[in-house]
Design a protein around this ligand. Structure first.
Ligand SMILES: *Cc1c(COP(=O)(O)O)cnc(C)c1O
Length: 356
């Protein structure tokens, strides 16, 4: 068995893959593959409706929040969010906490004014900024709830007198938070929701229609809401994979049940790293992520040796992002406690035999 710690696309539950396999051959007994059916057939329309309803249920969303499955990844949302929310003479505030916020800043500046309210760039983004105050004079405040590359996470939702917008690509559905406190949430599906190709957007519809620009219909959230997330051909298979993963999460007991497991996985791995003489974590303790554990070897020779060793032990996807180096183990919802324990035992075994 391979233990997959990939950052995204990432591990999927085995039962989700088995269900998907069936649907590729014969979708819901139709005799057609999920890859062949028309998106406007009741069989698929009910899948989209169920996926949207499951998101609403799992996140406990109120009636003002709409759930959409769109194309283009979280990266398209860096552009689509300001296009829908920010007029040219208005300001959005943003917490700059890594590579993804940098892209959000760049894209938003095409549409309006961007103010970097706080940043952790001075220390290679290894912490979450604390000393800032969100001004009332802004259109919205944007955060990246979990920084996939640097392994930091907002453990407290910041107070904001203006609408909160979050890129939750890498920690959505992983912990109990008040999702209704956000006016807009977006997430590429390939980390905690399903597979690449679908993007989840949750938006408070009261926020929409407040810009003067003429928004191209395909970029306009209101058009997607009206069309029940079927404005054009949606990413049919990717949405179906999201549905299967959402069903799996519900069966597991929802966010309430997965959160303690996610905490346990992260605590065990951080503990092993903290108690190791060969490895150390890169993120500030209070801010480290339960989803992406980034760590480095204290000795550069050990780095390659550990990667080779881990590979022999069926560990996949732990090479760190090039901007941080070292290692990163992504512990998304679908990654089992067993896999994490295996990784820990491999770390310990490597350490005891290492004399480089
Ligand atoms: C992966 C990731 C993205 C990019 O998502 P795409 O689907 O590749 O566009 C953006 N933000 C965060 C926090 C991510 O983890």
């Amino acid at each position: 068995m391979i233990h997959n710690f990939n950052a995204g696309p990432s591990h999927l539950p085995a039962e989700v893959l088995e269900e998907a396999q069936k649907a590729i051959i014969n979708f819901k007994g139709s005799g057609l593959s999920i890859l062949e059916i028309g998106h406007r057939t009741p069989l698929f329309e009910e899948s989209v409706a169920e996926a949207r309803a499951l998101v609403r249920e799992l996140m406990q969303l109120d009636d003002d929040h709409e759930v959409l499955f769109l194309h283009g990844g979280a990266t398209t949302q860096f552009m689509q969010v300001p296009m829908n929310l920010l007029d040219a003479d208005e300001t959005m505030h943003i917490a700059h906490t890594g590579v993804w916020s940098k892209k959000a800043i760049r894209e938003a500046s095409c549409f309006g004014k961007v103010n970097i309210l706080c940043s952790s760039e001075n220390n290679n983004f290894n912490y979450i900024p604390e000393d800032f105050c969100v001004p009332e004079s802004g259109k919205y405040f944007h955060i990246t709830s979990n920084n996939t590359i640097y392994g930091t996470q907002w453990h407290r939702i910041p107070e904001s007198p203006i609408p909160l917008v979050a890129d939750m690509s890498s920690d959505i559905l992983s912990r109990r938070i008040d999702f209704n406190a956000f006016e807009l949430i977006y997430a590429g599906a390939q980390k905690n929701i399903g597979v690449a190709g679908a993007t989840l957007v949750v938006v408070n519809k009261k926020l929409l229609g407040n810009v003067t620009r003429d928004i191209p219909p395909i970029m306009d959230y209101r058009e997607h809401i009206k069309a029940n997330s079927m404005l054009n051909t949606p990413p049919v298979f990717a949405i179906y994979m999201s549905l299967l993963t959402l069903r799996w999460l519900k069966k597991f007991g929802g966010i309430e049940a997965i959160e303690p497991l996610n905490k346990e996985k992260a605590a065990l791995l951080y503990d092993a790293i903290d108690n190791s003489s060969l490895f150390r974590g890169t993120a500030k303790k209070e801010d480290r992520s339960t989803m992406n554990v980034s760590f480095v070897a204290t000795n550069s020779g050990a780095e390659k040796a550990f990667l080779d060793f881990a590979k022999q032990k069926d560990i996949y996807g732990i090479k760190g992002h090039r901007l941080v180096g070292g290692f990163r183990a992504s512990l998304y919802n679908a990654v089992s406690l067993e896999s994490v324990k295996h990784l820990i035992s491999v770390i310990k075994e490597f350490e005891s035999g290492y004399n480089g």
